[in-house]
Write a protein that binds this ligand. Structure first.
Ligand code: ZN
Ligand code: ZN
Length: 257
């Protein structure tokens, strides 16, 4: 694995750019993409969340771009100026016009929110009936298919994010995976092998081996993303992804940038 397309920096919820680039170089990567969180929704909940967390990349991306150009000269590494954007169909036009103006090297699209709350929120979903939780999982994959079909993103992040939440885990079926894989097969968007929780409580790569099998059946290749927020996460997560690929026969690719 020579490319990590998904790390964060202090331009959203990660550590200083210089530390992240230094760790990427030490991990033996040829290229790293800094994909900070960005949300341009005018819906009230995402706007409130963005203000509360101080996710300002929609305002600061030009400053970060200058910093990346400047810092890249200090490291033996290709550095990509990327973004991780929340996608909801309601925000399609706002996301499209922002991406057209900002001209990042590439964009990652994510579904982080269901029912107006973050997918990680265990208590919210744990209180609900089995039928309601099944409905949320269906909605998650509906949103993901819409993200893929929007044609706005080079990469779709952590494509089974619902697995991270124990209340939404082990509900998805091959039928869910098949409709996602069919959307990828018809799109320029590729899925990401994501290591964001591989060394913490979830302990698995996204997507699950079962989902990987369906992607492979549809000739869909994936890119690597450690989703690191701390410098020390990059190297160990890179090793986990390499191990996963060796074990599960994932088809991998690189973005043409
Ligand atoms: Zn994400
Ligand atoms: Zn991320």
């Amino acid at each position: 694995m020579n490319h990590d397309y998904h790390v964060h920096s202090n331009y959203s919820d990660g550590r200083f750019l210089r530390q992240m680039l230094g760790a990427a170089e030490r991990a033996g990567l040829d290229a790293v993409g800094v994909a900070d969180h960005c949300n341009v929704s005018t819906r009230s909940e995402p706007a409130r969340y963005k203000r509360a967390f101080g996710f300002n990349l929609d305002i600061t991306y030009e400053r970060r771009r200058e910093a990346l150009r400047d810092l890249a000269t200090d490291f033996d590494l290709n550095v990509y100026d990327a973004v991780e954007m929340d996608y909801h169909p309601t925000d399609h036009d706002a996301v499209a016009s922002f991406l057209a103006d900002a001209e990042f090297d590439y964009a990652i699209g994510s579904v982080h929110e269901l029912d107006g709350v973050n997918v990680h929120f265990e208590d919210y979903f744990a209180k609900q009936s089995a039928a309601a939780r099944r409905e949320h999982v269906t909605t998650y994959f509906d949103r993901l298919v819409e993200l893929i079909e929007s044609d706005l993103f080079a990469v779709a992040a952590h494509v089974d994010l619902v697995e991270r939440n124990s209340a939404l885990r082990d509900i998805a079926t091959d039928a869910d995976y098949r409709r996602v894989a069919e959307a990828f097969a018809d799109s320029r968007t590729v899925p990401e092998l994501n290591a964001g929780r591989v060394l913490s409580e979830y302990g698995e790569v996204h997507p699950t081996p079962q989902f990987v099998d369906v992607l492979v059946d549809h000739d869909v290749s994936s890119v690597f993303g450690t989703d690191s927020h701390e410098p020390d996460e990059i190297g160990p997560r890179k090793e986990e992804l390499e191990q996963f690929v060796a074990t599960h026969g994932v088809m991998t690719t690189a973005l043409s940038l």
